[in-house]
Design a protein. Structure first.
Lengths: 540, 337
């Protein structure tokens, strides 16, 4: 019923806008509108405007990022190629005017002039309600909050109308960064509570359809699967007023058409194009193409260590020597990725992630290792990939298949439909597969905690368990929390070395996020979530 | 007449019930676990279970089925998980887009194919006949998405005559207030000529794509059935009586040749709705076909069931209309259930 009211009011608005206008008036408005409007085309659109919703997809994160504020956000720095890049270690207030980090808590002073889109002032009780919501609704938001040891509503304390304190459960270096990700957004609690029901105490149904935040933009029209229209919030106090007045985000399923729209100058900006297109557009120079590495992300070949013969490290090393790394870089990625292989033999391990390993394509060595493992005649297995990313995964798996055949490993390719991929990952039955993992929080121990730790999370797709590895990962996490750099460095180097010698997953490359835009578009910023931030962008 | 319609509708009920059961079972047999899909990449096992419970997927199949039919009886098609909207509302919004496109494609096709077929039949072996053969063969052998992409490439990308393939209206126009859901009609009702022109120019390429595809069966069928009728005795008699060739062809021969053409039209209309899926993808058309395909890819049950059910109902109605048309064209056709 609420939804219907909303739709009615929207179509009513649209009707009001067209009816009195004469054709000539539209024409002049049309030219104006074009110069102040950013037209984005992409393959998929949001399925929910609220990141706390059930099953909100990644495009939904982009809406949340631009339409809601958080207490704090990151400063910018100059990244690779001169592109503004979020600064992992520096924070600034967004809704918070000022914040003070103590030993076991952090206190935020809110900006007094901050208002939600409907004009209600943003107060401490909204902050508390929103953070309570994030840690209790379950699913992805709650999971993400727990990554920064934010799990209990009692941790969020209202001091007065404009002061909030967040208590730490334990020392965790990720708590502050976790307050700057997309999830802990501040929601208009009174408005949402009014529209909540007994069955839906957090009002998820309401915020799914409309934005109820204080952010720089508000959604004025959303037709699922077709378009999202966002208008600038003129009273935004989270930062300097954005230059783009209106954002129209259209879903264009056909990649070829998206490219045509860009090259004809009809669309301003697009992502999610095939790598070959990006490479060609880069070469032609008519458009600006920004390519930046995924922070903390790697495409890899994983081997399930509970499935013989992959339980034998020798076999895993043999596979690592048989991967056609360079061919994958050239023929699949068209060079748009950072290689994560073939580091020089004498290169010391760094306190960083991702970093290249020392394996190279060396079929003779791979054969020798197979013989040592008693499998000189090879074996048969299947290699699986996610069809949602078939553009990369399919040629990649074919190249790997070809190469593995040379050392006697016969593989059949198993294409898993996107809808089924997560179920398959969760089952941990696939013996050999390729996948990507990237973490929002850019810390080595965060990556290793999810991908290599013996608590066997979904992302430990190899079912890898090693007490030694766990000790190193836990050691690094604890050392980071108390600021013990020496132990931290030692443990990070330790777990990287172990991951490379035991090699349950073989890193291939660090993928790039590619964005193509018209030459007159400026202000693109790289964020950990890899979606667009319209607030800094300008046209003309 | 009314009893006939009533009877026909009665007969449609068992097939609709069949459709409900089959789509329900088929969507359940799809690979993929919607709970895992919607729990997101970072979900733990508990989170997936939580979502499964929320979606009611932890209940036995039979209970899910009864709940589904009960909702259907109340006009509730369920919620789409991918777009987050109620399926009934989405189908209502998207069906006019598909229908407008398909109908226009069909009209364009009829306007070209029927005269072409008639001309080819009256002058067999002439250049018109060859032209008819070549166009129809070419039209039917090109897959729709290919024709669509070629048209976009030539008329939008190279020549710049056509507007950007971005759906039903230029992005900077707002949609007319909904009366029929057909933009061509609604923009006129709103006296918004610019939007009408925009809607028109957006429609040209996709409608042409569909028309090229459906030319073949209509033209071929018109030609074949005209040939048969033209060689029949009553046409010979008409000619012998000294009627003008135009009267013979249009009044006597064509009317008699229409029945098989109408049958073909209904078939063409139904497979155009299918071909629509691809055309909608190419032209970013917010229609019902692309909606169903996206739902299928993400194991989103409700829209798939809603789509199949809507299509089934449309087929039933279409067949009914065709049957009535038969009676209008040829009084000899008995209207029986």
């Amino acid at each position: 019923m609420k939804r219907r009211d909303f739709l009615k009011s929207v179509s009513g608005l649209a009707a009001g806008a067209t009816l009195p206008a004469m054709p000539s008036v539209i024409s002049s408005a049309y030219a104006d509108a074009r110069s102040e409007t950013l037209l984005i085309v992409s393959e998929g659109g949001p399925n929910n405007l609220d990141i706390h919703g059930v099953g909100t997809n990644v495009p939904g994160y982009e809406v949340s990022w631009n339409c809601y504020d958080r207490l704090i956000s990151h400063e910018m720095k100059v990244g690779p190629g001169g592109v503004p890049y979020y600064d992992r270690d520096k924070f600034k207030g967004e809704l918070a005017e000022d914040f003070k980090i103590d030993d076991m808590s952090v206190t935020f002073k809110l900006k007094k002039n901050a208002k939600f889109h409907d004009g209600t002032p943003v107060t401490a009780k909204d902050v508390k309600w929103s953070l309570d919501r994030a840690v209790t609704v379950g699913g992805f938001p709650t999971f993400q909050m727990s990554a920064g040891s934010l799990t209990k509503p009692e941790q969020f304390v209202v001091i007065d109308d404009y002061t909030v304190r967040v208590d730490f459960l334990k020392k965790d270096r990720l708590t502050i960064p976790d307050l700057a990700v997309i999830v802990p957004c501040i929601i208009n609690s009174e408005l949402v509570k009014k529209n909540a029901s007994e069955k839906d105490p957090w009002g998820l149904e309401y915020t799914k359809q409309q934005t109820a935040g204080s952010g720089a933009y508000k959604v004025t029209k959303w037709t699922a699967g077709t378009e999202v229209v966002m208008e600038r919030n003129e009273d935004w106090v989270g930062g300097p007023l954005p230059k783009i007045k209106r954002v129209i985000w259209r879903m264009v399923p056909q990649a070829g058409n998206r490219r045509a729209l860009l090259e004809r100058g009809d669309a301003d900006i697009s992502y999610e194009l095939p790598f070959k297109d990006f490479q060609e557009m880069k070469a032609s120079g008519k458009l600006n193409v920004v390519s930046l590495p995924f922070s903390n992300g790697i495409q890899y070949i994983g081997m399930n260590v509970t499935k013989p013969p992959f339980d034998n490290p020798k076999v895993r090393q043999a596979v690592a020597y048989a991967i056609p790394y360079q061919k994958i870089m050239d023929a699949v990625m068209f060079g748009l990725a950072n290689p994560m292989f073939g580091a020089p033999k004498d290169k010391p391990t760094e306190v960083a992630w991702p970093q290249p390993h020392k394996y190279n394509t060396d079929i003779e060595k791979a054969k020798a290792l197979m013989a040592e493992a008693g499998l000189a005649n090879g074996f048969e297995t299947t290699i699986s990939f996610d069809l949602n990313f078939a553009g990369v995964n399919e040629p990649l798996c074919v190249l790997v298949q070809e190469s593995l055949a040379q050392i006697g490993i016969k593989t059949t390719i198993n294409k898993v439909p996107g809808a089924n991929w997560r179920t398959e990952l969760n089952k941990k039955e696939m013996p050999l597969f390729t996948n990507v993992f990237s973490g929002w929080l850019d810390y080595p121990e965060y990556f290793f905690y999810w991908c290599y730790h013996g608590n066997n999370s979904v992302f430990n797709t190899m079912s890898y368990k090693s007490p030694e590895m766990d000790k190193l990962i836990d050691g690094a996490r604890n050392a980071a929390a108390v600021g013990d750099t020496a132990t931290y460095d030692k443990d990070v180097k330790g777990f990287v070395d172990l991951a490379f010698s035991d090699i349950p997953r073989i890193p291939l490359y660090q993928p790039f996020v590619n964005v193509a835009m018209q030459k007159n578009i400026s202000g693109y910023q790289y964020w950990f979530h890899r979606r667009l931030d319209y607030r800094a962008m300008a046209k003309g | 007449m009314l009893t006939m319609i009533g009877k026909r509708l009665m007969f449609a009920i068992p097939s609709l019930i069949g459709v409900v059961i089959v789509t329900f079972l088929l969507t359940r047999a799809l690979p993929g676990d919607p709970a895992a899909y919607f729990a997101g990449p970072a979900a733990t096992k508990e989170a997936v279970e939580q979502i499964r419970k929320k979606l009611g997927l932890d209940k036995p199949l039979i209970e899910q089925f009864f709940r589904y039919t009960n909702d259907l009886a109340h006009g509730d098609f369920g919620n789409s998980l991918t777009t987050g909207q109620p399926v009934a509302a989405e189908i209502r919004n998207r069906l006019p887009a598909s229908a407008e496109l398909t109908l226009l494609g069909l009209i364009v096709s009829i306007v070209i194919a029927i005269p072409l077929g008639v001309l080819a039949a009256t002058r067999p072996g002439s250049w018109v006949d060859h032209l008819c053969r070549v166009t129809t063969t070419a039209g039917v052998s090109l897959p729709v998405f290919f024709t669509g992409l070629v048209l976009v490439y030539v008329f939008y990308f190279q020549l710049g005559w056509s507007p950007a393939p971005l759906g039903r209206l230029d992005v900077f126009y707002s949609a007319p207030p909904t009366v029929t859901g057909f933009y061509l009609i609604d923009t006129l009702l709103a006296r918004d000529l610019e939007a009408f022109r925009s809607a028109c120019s957006q429609l040209i390429l996709p409608a042409t794509t569909l028309a090229i595809f459906s030319l073949a069966p209509i033209a071929r069928m018109t030609r074949a059935s005209m040939l048969a009728v033209l060689s029949s005795e009553f046409v010979r008699t008409a000619r012998a009586s000294g009627l003008s060739p135009a009267t013979v062809i249009v009044t006597y021969a064509f009317r008699n040749a229409m029945l098989p053409v109408i049958t073909t039209l209904s078939m063409v209309f139904s497979f155009l709705l299918g071909a629509n899926v691809l055309v909608e993808k190419v032209f970013a058309w917010p229609g019902i076909g692309s909606y169903a395909v996206e739902a299928l890819i993400s194991s989103d049950f409700a829209p798939v069931q809603g789509f199949v059910l809507t299509m089934a109902v449309m087929y039933v109605l279409l067949n009914l209309v065709i049957d009535i048309l038969y009676g209008v064209i040829d009084p000899r056709v008995r209207l029986e259930g």
